[in-house]
Design a protein around this ligand. Structure first.
Ligand code: NOJ
Length: 545
């Protein structure tokens, strides 16, 4: 059995960090605050690198840290080549990279290139007058008689996507807030300038980029109306996004990005896309290295739903593309709350974590998942997230998944000595890194064992995926195989004992239980009936008889 104390070993020379490793997402405002202003900072991340290293992950993705007026908490950039003072400065960033690399942790930056802040000097110039050289860097349009807008496009964050600018008498397009005008990617000067931005960070030692909303870069050149749909809670959802998203030109930009990245060794780009179809089309040898598959975010707690979701994706993924499953991020409810189940939630969390970490592809862990952090209810008066204000009470925004990391049982959970920008979850005194480090049964120690096992088991990283059928709505089971090495993963989604028929191991081997979320005693099986504990996750590997 894996004990979690294995050294941070070198898993072999064919180990490619973004393909075989695990990436840990940090929402920097909420990770660790070193200057007592209540907001996390880069020095805080540097200070916590040992936690990240002992967890055993290979890279961190840091949500945006560029200067920003923070209308969308960094997803509205006012300077692509600097660091917002609330997070620190370029020297802090260089130190973070050096310290991360010293621990063999790669650093992935979040680049928000679809839009800028309305306070970016490019937009200030663009809106200053119709003849400004930067006018065409954004998407401007005339309004029709009696103020008719160019088309029916809606903003994702509510309202129409066109904003009238009285100074020059035209409207500009914004897919998100009106404080986030969209760049005009059809303008070659914009593209060239953005490629310089990539090089700026690559030259500083950044290992990769998470590209915000890549499917949004291009809009229809004729600005045609989107077809409408009958159903959908918000106006944006009542349209088929035929003309404002996923235009064919985006692929050539992804190819350009790839060329820039390939000038440097082992660099990576992961794209945020909104649906499975794009996640399949945007990745490959000359496009993105990875694109998030968000399908798990929509699955109920049911083994059969996950089974179908996995097959829907991996059966269609091109052979030169790497899978990428996700359970959470800064935009969605935390998965331990989403999958629910009250006092059984922590057991479900371990099952879900096992799933994520034993599937083919590159797993992303959102900060706090490793201790099973839950959503934090935020009263209306404290809401920070703009869509939360706008759509309350139908939608309460993304703050509940963005609360401060829970480090200790002390005041503010050791996150800050100031006043935290967002309240902490009430459970921090029992759910925190320090308490869980000391408890061998904790979610944190389970993550460490799981990650350590994955690291030393090539089939869990690069192996083929073969579903094992049996009890489809109760148990999800699959084989992973890589050369002569075999693993069997069995996940009991039910909170009761389930008898499961273990398939026969390959010739001359037996199944040896390497890790279970619910038992410590050894198990060997040559196939046949096996009783799973309630909500138990098991990983077996085939060993010589
Ligand atoms: C997607 C990001 O994940 C989200 O947080 C942000 O609000 C929008 N893009 C706009 O940049």
């Amino acid at each position: 059995m894996i004990t979690g104390s294995e050294p941070f070993n070198n898993p072999g020379s064919d180990f490619l960090w973004w393909r075989d490793g695990i990436i840990y997402q940090i929402y920097p405002r909420s990770f660790a605050d070193t200057n007592s202003d209540g907001v996390g900072d880069l020095n805080g991340i540097t200070e916590k690198l040992d936690h990240i290293a002992t967890l055993g992950v290979d890279a961190i993705w840091i949500s945006p840290i560029n200067p920003s007026p923070m209308y969308d908490f960094g997803y509205d950039v006012s300077d692509y080549e600097s660091i917002d003072p609330v997070f620190g400065n370029l020297m802090d960033f260089d130190r973070l990279i050096a310290e991360a690399h010293r621990r063999r942790i790669r650093v992935v930056m979040d680049l928000v290139l679809n839009h800028t802040s309305h306070l970016h000097p490019w937009f200030i110039a663009s809106r200053s007058n119709r003849d400004d050289p930067k006018r065409d860097w954004y998407i401007w349009n005339d309004v029709g008689p009696s103020g008719r807008l160019p088309n029916n496009w809606q903003s994702t964050f509510g309202g129409r996507a066109w904003e009238f600018d009285p100074r020059t008498g035209q409207v500009y397009y914004h897919q998100f807030l009106k404080e986030q005008p969209d760049l005009n990617w059809r303008n070659p000067q914009v593209r060239e300038r953005i490629y310089q931005v990539l090089r700026f960070w690559l030259n500083r030692g950044v290992d990769g980029f998470r590209l915000d909303v890549v499917m949004s870069y291009f809009k229809d050149s004729q600005f045609r109306n989107n077809p409408v749909k009958l159903f959908g809670l918000y106006a944006f959802d009542r349209q088929i996004h035929k003309y404002d998203l996923d235009q064919p030109e985006v692929i050539s930009v992804l190819q350009d990005f790839r060329e820039v990245l390939d000038e440097y060794p082992e660099r990576m780009a992961v794209g945020e896309v909104i649906d499975l179809d794009m996640a399949l089309r945007y990745v490959g040898r000359d496009k993105l290295h990875l694109a998030f598959n968000f399908d798990f975010l929509r699955q109920p707690w049911n083994a059969a739903s996950f089974h179908r979701s996995i097959l829907r994706y991996i059966r269609r993924l091109p052979s030169d593309a790497q899978p990428c499953f996700v359970l959470g991020n800064h935009d969605v409810n935390r998965f331990p709350s989403r999958f629910g189940a009250g006092i059984h939630s922590d057991n479900r969390t371990k099952v879900a974590a096992t799933l994520l970490l034993t599937l083919p592809g590159t797993p992303f862990i959102y900060y706090g998942e490793e201790i099973g952090m839950q959503n934090t209810p935020i009263p209306r008066a404290d809401i920070q997230d703009p869509p939360g204000w706008r759509f309350w009470p139908f939608y309460k925004g993304r703050d509940p998944a963005r609360t401060p990391m829970q480090w200790t049982a002390d005041k503010n959970s050791g996150f800050t000595t100031g006043i935290p920008w967002l309240r902490l979850n009430k459970d921090f005194q029992i759910r925190n890194v320090s308490t869980q480090n000391a408890n061998p049964e904790s979610i944190l120690n389970y993550y460490k064992k799981m990650i350590s096992l994955r690291r030393i088991t090539p089939s869990l990283r690069q192996g083929s995926y073969q579903p094992v059928t049996g009890k489809p709505s109760q148990v999800l089971a699959y084989l992973r195989q890589y050369s002569s090495e075999n693993c069997l993963v069995i996940l009991n989604f039910k909170n009761r004992n389930i008898n499961f028929l273990i398939p026969q191991p390959p010739a001359d081997t037996v199944w040896d239980l390497r890790l279970s979320s619910r038992r410590a005693e050894p198990v060997r099986s040559s196939g046949g009936e096996f009783t799973l504990h309630p909500l138990e996750a098991c990983i077996f590997s085939a060993i010589q008889r």
